[in-house]
Design a protein around this ligand. Structure first.
Ligand SMILES: CC(C)(COP(=O)(O)OP(=O)(O)OC[C@H]1O[C@@H](n2cnc3c(N)ncnc32)[C@H](O)[C@@H]1OP(=O)(O)O)[C@@H](O)C(=O)NCCC(=O)NCCS
Length: 156
């Protein structure tokens, strides 16, 4: 199936919000996505398969560091390498914006995301205890993951 990647523009807020509903445990509103896209350093990409949005990444680069704010692939397109390609594309964009480190938080029990990030060269640099609060059941720790690259290093 032909696929392509497009940079997220402010006009994509509703499309990204709809994808958060399909991909994440908690959906983000159009307004929330629009507000993020309006902040300095924010950028993102949408992966399209046969012109249908199937995966997305939202990031923010500032002060030499880039944070992954959200990443998701719609369930029917998972394990097709979409998220890996989006992460690598985001690292290249972060590098172009003078970031030398990418960081993110992932729920300790999110095995799929942890494996994805490990495959993409991230390692654990911290833990936030009880970071994810749930209406029922115990809170879940977030692991802080990081991938660094030097100025001389060519990001693949
Ligand atoms: C995590 C998520 C983004 C992965 O998206 P994806 O497009 O399926 O990931 P990819 O196909 O690029 O997978 C790349 C690698 O990650 C790992 N991986 C991805 N999903 C996995 C799973 N369910 N189980 C184990 N490993 C997995 C594998 O190593 C995989 O490589 P392989 O298929 O060659 O073995 C997707 O499962 C998702 O949207 N989950 C819900 C939202 C979420 O957790 N976002 C991340 C929050 S930090």
């Amino acid at each position: 199936m032909p696929s392509e990647m497009v940079a997220v523009a402010s006009s994509h807020a509703a499309v990204v919000a709809a994808m958060t509903e399909r991909c994440l445990e908690e959906a983000w509103s159009d307004t929330a996505v629009g507000n993020i896209l309006a902040t300095p350093g924010a950028f993102g990409f949408i992966a399209l398969v046969a012109n249908m949005p199937t995966a997305f990444i939202l990031c923010r680069a500032a002060g030499g560091e880039c944070e992954v704010l959200a990443l998701g692939t719609v369930p029917c397109e998972r394990r097709n390498g979409m998220a890996r390609r989006l992460v690598e594309r985001a690292v290249r964009e972060a590098n172009a914006r003078d970031a030398r480190r990418m960081v993110l938080e992932v729920a300790e029990g999110n095995e799929a995301a942890r494996r994805l990030y490990a495959n993409c060269g991230f390692s654990q640099v911290g833990r936030r205890r009880g970071y994810y609060r749930r209406p029922t059941g115990p809170s879940i720790d977030a692991l802080v993951l990081s991938r660094e690259w030097g100025i001389e290093h060519k990001v693949q």
